[in-house]
Design a protein around this ligand. Structure first.
Ligand SMILES: C[S@@+](CC[C@H](N)C(=O)[O-])C[C@H]1O[C@@H](n2cnc3c(N)ncnc32)[C@H](O)[C@@H]1O
Length: 257
């Protein structure tokens, strides 16, 4: 895989550190958390998660990302309606940034493995969206049908998946052609290493994430850094990528619609 992660399905290990001494090589890695462990961990975090995000500056970072993608979408989305899927929605911070930035009505679907996070997301989003549909589900096997959404959000969740290729293939499937993937991924840094240790997640640099995104079929992503957004700029990077229009033979159409 070349990203410090080994194995295709759980248990997958993340490389933490390694050293060579003569003919000896010592590598330390940590197994990623499985789905049930993750769900329990996030269930416990659900009430304090919004505070954690605020402390690190993520609401402002997500607003930047939302502004960037909505400037691309422009007023083209049918009748000003926007259909958004937030995959790994957590308490709904990224969806809220999109809803706040979009002038028209927004329908939000959200999936998460943690039921308590969904309860918090419902509290935050109901009342400010046109329709809200939240489900306990895994983003590597989305319950949504093909070509349903104008936008798929993935805020700090690709890090948790054993195989980001599968998660991104799902995001691609449920997006309509011309729709946008909006992601934030923990970057490789001291902060990323600390988060990796604490949450048993991977971190990835922009080249690696761009490779994942392009492999799923998206156009090359715009990389959005969070400079000026507090600690968020040390911890993660944003990505905006479009699902291209393709003809029946799967050939990309040159015209941007
Ligand atoms: C770091 S939190 C981010 C939450 C939210 N997107 C945000 O930006 O604040 C990761 C969230 O993804 C959820 N999650 C982790 N792995 C998942 C998976 N395979 N499928 C769906 N949700 C997942 C967790 O339960 C948690 O709510």
């Amino acid at each position: 895989m070349g990203d410090g992660v080994s194995g295709a399905t759980h248990p997958v290990s993340i490389a933490i550190c390694g050293a060579s001494l003569g003919s000896w090589r010592v590598d330390v890695s940590r197994r990623m958390a499985d789905r049930a462990t993750l769900a329990r961990a996030y269930d416990r975090q659900s009430t304090r998660w919004p505070r954690v995000l605020r402390r690190f500056g993520f609401p402002a970072a997500y607003r930047t990302l939302a502004g960037r993608v909505l400037a691309k979408v422009g007023p083209r989305v049918g009748e000003g309606h926007l259909q958004v899927l937030d995959a790994g929605i957590g308490t709904g911070a990224m969806a809220e940034a999109v809803v706040d930035a979009w002038a028209g009505p927004v329908a939000v679907n959200g999936v998460d493995v943690s039921n308590a996070m969904l309860v918090a997301a419902r509290k935050r989003l109901s009342g400010c969206v046109e329709r809200l549909d939240l489900q306990v589900a895994d983003l590597t096997g989305l319950p949504e049908s093909d070509r349903q959404f104008d936008m798929v959000l993935a805020g700090h969740v690709l890090e948790h998946t054993a195989d980001p290729d599968i998660a991104l293939a799902e995001a691609y499937r449920v997006l309509r052609p011309g729709g946008y993937l909006v992601a934030a991924v923990t970057k490789q840094s001291l902060a990323g290493a600390a988060i990796g240790l604490m949450w048993r997640v991977r971190s990835a640099g922009p080249e690696q994430v761009a490779r994942w995104i392009k492999r799923a079929g998206f156009d090359a992503p715009e990389v959005v850094d969070f400079t000026g957004k507090g600690l968020a700029s040390w911890m993660s990077i944003g990505y905006v990528a479009r699902k291209p229009f393709v003809d029946q033979r799967g050939v990309r159409l040159a015209l941007n619609r």
